[in-house]
Design a protein around this ligand. Sequence first.
Ligand SMILES: [Zn+2]
Length: 167
Amino acid sequence: MASPCQVILSPNTDSRPADSGIDMIVVHNISLPPNQFGGNGIIELFTNTLDATEHPYYATIAHLKVSSHFLIRRDGQLIQFASCLQRAWHAGVSSWQGRERCNDFSIGIELEGSDDCAFANAQYLSLQALIDALKKRYPIRHIVGHSQIAPGRKTDPGPFFDWQRIT
Ligand SMILES: [Zn+2]
């Protein structure tokens, strides 16, 4: 990793199928509460410690068992929740070019953000450094948005994510 990475392991992971090659990165956005940045909600969601009474929206999601491999906060800070060798639970029902269950063969990267505003420059820098590191370890052939593998169901990373800024 190019920069120090904090590790907070999520229980919401399991083993990848034995024959699944890791060749995809899925880019997401998340903010908890929605459109508020800097709090602990995302970490709490991924570690099953979100307090359903803390915010009306939390009551609708606190029961979910979800995770991603990485979160990039607004200042570019990188947090890892799962080994890339494990399957994180970020994509849900999904398919890409005829392959279903994208969690099986993908690495999930959440950007702290929303569909309604631009991402921070520091996030693009951190994301590209992470992509570069992952490409050295895995034969990544697809970098896609959650909305592309779950169309009609998911909209993230949203219209403000600038695909031109990553390679
Ligand atoms: Zn997503």
